[in-house]
Design a protein around this ligand. Structure first.
Ligand code: 13P
Length: 252
C-alpha cells in the first residue's frame, strides 16, 4: 500500500510573517496517515522548517543546483537545502523547464540535479507533464516517457524509494482546468508502466505518483480516489490553510 503524499508548492508567494503563520496553522496535518510536504521560497525555508519542527510535516526546496558549491550566482545547492531543514526537493517543475528564455531546464540537467540531491540524502519530487499542443498532437505518452527516461537515467533501484513523480499537465497549472480523473488516471497508469520497464514491477508498484494542476478541495476527492493517483502537488490552493487541509483530508 503506497502512502499518500500531498505537496504544497508555494511558488513565489508569501512573506516571512505569512509563511510562518501558514506553516504553524498546518502543523496538525503532520500527524495523519498522509505525508505532507511544504515547498516555501528558499528565503523562508528555515522559518517554515522551524515552524513545523516536531509536527511530522516535511519541508522541501522548490529547486536545487547539481553542484554542491561554486561560482553559480543565485543558485542553491542540495547541501544547503538539507542544512536549512529540508527533507525534499522539487525538480523539473514545468515553470522551470519552460521559463527563463534561453535556459529552460533540460531533462539532462534535471537528471544531474536529481542524482546529486539523492546522493546528499534528500527525497525528490520529479515533475513531468505535457503542454496542450503536445496533448492535441497525440504526443502525451511520448513526452512523458521521454521526460521520465532522461530525468531518471542512471538512478539505482535502491534510490527509487526516495523518488516521487508528479504528473502535472502544463495546461492544467494555474488555469482552473483540471484533467478529468479518467484522463489523469490514464497518464498515471502510463507513467507506472514506464517505471516498471525502467526497473521492475515491484518498483513501479512502490513508487508514488502525484497529480498536480488546479487541485482544489472541491475536486481532490475524485482525483485522489483513482487507483494510480497517490497524492497531489498543489499550487494556488496550498496558500490557504483551510483549503490545503481539506485536500489532505481527501487523500486516501
Ligand atoms: P496550481 O495548483 O496553482 O494549478 O499549481 C499546480 C502546480 O504547479 C504545483 O506544482
Amino acid at each position: 500500500m503506497r502512502k499518500s503524499i500531498i505537496g504544497g508548492n508555494w511558488k513565489m508567494n508569501m512573506r516571512a510573517s505569512s509563511a510562518k503563520e501558514l506553516a504553524s496553522a498546518l502543523r496538525p496535518l503532520g500527524s495523519g496517515d498522509c505525508e505532507v510536504v511544504l515547498f516555501p521560497p528558499f528565503v523562508y525555508l528555515k522559518d517554515v522548517a522551524d515552524a513545523v519542527r516536531g509536527s511530522g510535516v516535511h519541508v522541501g526546496g522548490q529547486n536545487c543546483h547539481s553542484e554542491p558549491d561554486g561560482a553559480f550566482t543565485g543558485e542553491i545547492s542540495a547541501e544547503m537545502l538539507k542544512d536549512s531543514g529540508a527533507d525534499y526537493v522539487l525538480l523539473g517543475h514545468s515553470e522551470r523547464r519552460a521559463y527563463h528564455d534561453g535556459w529552460g531546464e533540460s531533462s539532462s540537467w534535471i537528471n544531474a540535479k536529481l542524482t546529486h540531491a539523492l546522493g546528499v540524502g534528500l527525497k525528490a519530487i520529479l515533475c513531468v507533464g505535457e503542454t496542450i499542443a503536445e496533448r492535441e498532437a497525440g504526443r502525451t505518452n511520448d513526452v512523458l516517457g521521454g521526460q521520465l527516461r532522461q530525468s531518471l537515467a542512471g538512478i539505482s533501484a535502491e534510490r527509487t524509494i526516495d523518488v516521487v513523480i508528479a504528473y502535472e499537465p502544463v495546461w492544467a497549472i494555474g488555469t482552473g482546468k483540471t484533467a478529468t480523473p479518467q484522463m489523469a488516471e490514464g497518464a498515471h497508469a502510463f507513467i507506472r508502466g514506464v517505471i516498471g520497464r525502467m526497473w521492475d514491477e515491484g518498483i513501479a508498484q512502490q513508487m508514488r505518483i502525484q497529480y498536480g494542476g488546479s487541485v482544489k478541495a472541491s475536486n481532490a476527492r475524485e482525483l485522489l480516489s483513482q487507483t494510480d493517483i497517490d497524492g497531489a502537488l498543489v499550487g494556488g490552493a496550498s496558500l490557504s490553510a483551510d483549503e490545503f487541509a481539506a485536500i489532505v483530508k481527501a487523500a486516501k
